[in-house]
Design a protein around this ligand. Structure first.
Ligand SMILES: Nc1ncnc2c1ncn2[C@@H]1O[C@H](COP(=O)(O)OP(=O)(O)OP(=O)(O)O)[C@@H](O)[C@H]1O
Length: 316
């Protein structure tokens, strides 16, 4: 299978404002394992950038450098123009981080946790606002150890956004959340972005990337192998046409521009020219007075492209 060759780096659509995050040829190595093998991207203020990839693709390893938690083995990372590891003190006040798992003190209540974290920040949001924005007002006096997984995740998120950070890094922000809580989180992220923040996130929920991200990069084995908007990435895959051919009728002729993936009676065609192929197909059916049973025509999805990459599609 052919996919378009990824761009060498991932350029934002807007170039008027300088990038809040600049990652150039980033590498990260653990002993003999090269987890990140030279990735480049930029994220501008007011933009959401999603890093996708199967388990072990290198997403968290890359984010940890942005978060200032680990040095790069090669390449450069700039957050608001500074090195997040070497200049951590300068970057930290402007950075909101949500790790995959947090280690909050279990004996503190939700309100105490927010108060304590807020005391380390300048210009922290009011406690009540921080509680309300993640629907934890009614749980303010509950100890962290007694929260459900989803409540804890929402607390993590409100802490990450407590200081109104200009750069937000979210590692799987909605893992374990129910659909309603997930929407609450999306709303919060959108609000922060509308206020001008640059957001980098990882997720295994492709619909989350489609909902939130302006641009997406798909990683495999430490490299970015596909990048662009969700629509651009989906468009690397063919559209699918399905129908059932009635018994006893004429055989399906070759349709130029379409590849037969499954033959009659349950026909599946792949095409990169959906409209002309569909037009020819319908004209042929019409000419023979045929009804194409259960006819479906579907453009490719982000999920299809993601799975093709995960399967190791030939990218040359
Ligand atoms: N501390 C470590 N020591 C050695 N190898 C590590 C370490 N952390 C991660 N790795 C390896 O680096 C590779 C990338 O891991 P990473 O956690 O960055 O992937 P990921 O894309 O974030 O995966 P997931 O979706 O599961 O979170 C994997 O092969 C992993 O086993």
């Amino acid at each position: 299978m052919q996919l378009t060759r990824p761009r060498a780096d991932v350029r934002p659509r807007r170039d008027a404002v300088g990038p809040a995050v600049e990652v150039t040829e980033l590498r990260r190595r653990y002993g003999d394992v090269e987890a990140v093998r030279g990735i480049s991207f930029e994220v501008h203020p007011g933009e959401v950038f999603a890093l996708l990839g199967v388990n072990g693709a290198g997403k968290t390893s890359a984010l940890e450098v942005l978060e200032g938690l680990a040095p790069a083995s090669g390449g450069t990372v700039r957050v608001l123009g500074a090195d997040p590891v070497a200049e951590r003190a300068a970057v930290r006040p402007h950075l909101g981080v949500l790790l995959q798992s947090s280690g909050l003190p279990a004996d503190l209540t939700v309100r105490e946790t927010i108060r304590l974290w807020g005391a380390t920040l300048t210009g922290a949001r009011a406690e009540d606002e921080a509680l309300a924005q993640v629907d934890l007002t009614g749980r303010a006096d509950v100890r962290v150890r007694s929260l459900s997984g989803g409540e804890r995740r929402r607390l993590d998120l409100t802490l990450a956004l407590l200081g109104s950070p200009r750069v937000v890094v979210l590692d799987e922000p909605t893992t374990g959340l129910d659909p309603e809580s997930r929407r609450t989180v999306w709303e919060l992220v959108r609000r922060r972005v509308a206020e001008g923040a640059a957001v980098v996130l990882t997720t295994h929920h492709l619909e989350e990337a489609e909902e939130l991200a302006d641009r997406i990069a798909v990683m495999r084995a430490g490299r970015i192998v596909l990048s662009g908007t969700a629509a651009e990435i989906a468009a690397t895959q063919p559209a699918t046409i399905r129908f059932t051919l009635p018994a006893g009728g004429p055989a399906l002729p070759a349709v130029p521009g379409a590849e037969v993936v499954s033959a009659a009676p349950r026909v599946v065609l792949h095409t990169r020219a959906l409209q002309p192929v569909l037009t020819r197909l319908l004209a042929w059916a019409d000419a023979h007075g045929l009804v194409l049973g259960g006819l479906q025509a579907r453009a490719a999805s982000l999920e299809q492209a993601f799975l093709a990459v995960a399967d190791g599609a030939d990218l040359s």
